[in-house]
Design a protein around this ligand. Structure first.
Ligand code: FA5
Length: 346
């Protein structure tokens, strides 16, 4: 028994002297000290020894076990220290290797539509301009020829920050991006060619195509001799660029106090053939109203309407995103629901 124990001690220490990885140490630990290891097997034979021999061999077996275990522990510590020194010395670190990859994000469909539109409009010669979301009553309504008794001013449409629909001189959350027409014309005068994308707000009962917070993009061109054909060409070019093909549209008369004549450009509903809840059972989705800038608007902005004419349009970006990606309810947009957002992962 003594010889077998001594042999085991020598074998164990010898194996440990050659080990240089954590994996090897673990394998030696199992081989010698594990539940089915060599030493455990030997200890089972202690029962067959004479009562005189048993304590001595038991003591020796414990010594062997403790020695191998201590050696294992100190080698483990050495390995850890070596790895740590290597790490802090910087050697072995390759900065050109890719980092650990996390979950990938995506671009929100509205943002993608916005980026594509800004890109398209820029290539068509439009400058991209901006305006504040809290707007004066003057810019949002008065300068746009929206009189104080126009339904758009009523409290069920407009969210007032200061004043109300009748008081005058108030502040509201802008109800459309048309107010940027006024700002841009007052600041830059004519000729002018701008688009103004942004967030707008209305006290709206939400349904599949109406939200209280949504995005529009205003387009405005003012120059000498601008007419309806220029407007139609620009509107159709923008939509075709956005959808990668000419869209099936229809043009009908529309009333907006700040254009004359005014139009509504509707897109064929992609969700049905003859009418569904998304297109209010008409087969068409209101997408892009427009018209020739009313002379009163030009004059209110200090542009001579006897010299200049212009066109303006307002594109509903949330509805464009719905058509482009087949989103059947506008309320998904700001729902924050991962089941929706994850479909736009890159
Ligand atoms: C306007 O806001 C006008 N300022 C547009 C305009 C600009 C007309 C320039 C003429 C010249 P309207 O309220 O129809 O118009 O809204 C324009 C577009 O915004 C609609 O065609 C639709 O696409 C979108 N829209 C309107 N209301 C909502 C809503 N509650 N939720 C989501 N999109 C909406």
């Amino acid at each position: 028994m003594r010889e077998r124990l001594e042999q085991l001690r020598a074998e164990g220490l010898e194996a440990l002297s050659r080990a240089d990885s954590e994996d090897e140490l673990r394998e030696i630990e199992v081989r010698f000290l594990g539940r089915n290891g060599a030493l455990t097997h030997l200890l089972k034979d202690l029962g067959g020894l004479s009562p005189e021999e048993r304590p001595e061999m038991g003591k020796l077996a414990n010594e062997v076990k403790a020695e191998i275990a201590a050696s294992l522990e100190s080698l483990r510590l050495n390995l850890k220290e070596q790895a740590y020194s290597l790490e802090i010395s910087g050697s072995g670190f390759d900065g050109s290797l890719p980092g650990p990859s996390g979950p990938r994000g995506g671009v929100h469909p509205l943002t993608q539509v916005l980026w594509d539109l800004e890109d398209l409009a820029s290539r068509m010669g439009f400058a991209v301009v901006d305006g504040p979301e809290v707007e004066t009553e003057e810019n949002n309504f008065d300068a746009l020829n929206i009189s104080v008794d126009h339904p758009a001013r009523e409290s069920h449409d407009t969210i007032w920050v200061k004043g109300d629909s009748q008081s005058g001189g108030g502040l509201c959350l802008r109800t459309h991006t048309s107010c940027v027409q006024v700002r841009a014309l007052k600041e830059h005068g004519a000729p002018l060619r701008v688009v103004a994308p942004g967030r707008v707000f209305r006290q709206e009962t939400q349904d599949a195509t109406h939200d209280h917070t949504f995005h529009q993009m205003e387009g405005l061109v003012v120059d000498r001799g601008v007419g309806v054909p220029h407007m139609l060409h620009a509107m159709e070019a923008l939509l075709a660029g956005l959808f990668g093909r000419p869209l099936e549209t229809r043009l009908r008369p529309g009333y907006f106090p700040f254009v004359e004549p005014g139009f509504e450009l509707d897109a064929r509903c992609p969700f049905c053939d003859e009418g569904c809840r998304i297109c209010s059972r008409t087969g068409w989705i209101e997408l892009m109203p427009g018209g020739l800038v009313h002379p009163k608007v030009l004059d209110a902005c200090g542009v001579d309407s006897n010299v200049f004419s212009g066109y303006a349009f307002g594109l509903g970006l949330s509805r464009v995103a719905m058509l482009r990606y087949g989103i059947d309810d506008i309320r998904w947009m700001f729902s924050g629901d991962l089941r929706f957002l994850e479909q736009f992962r890159l």
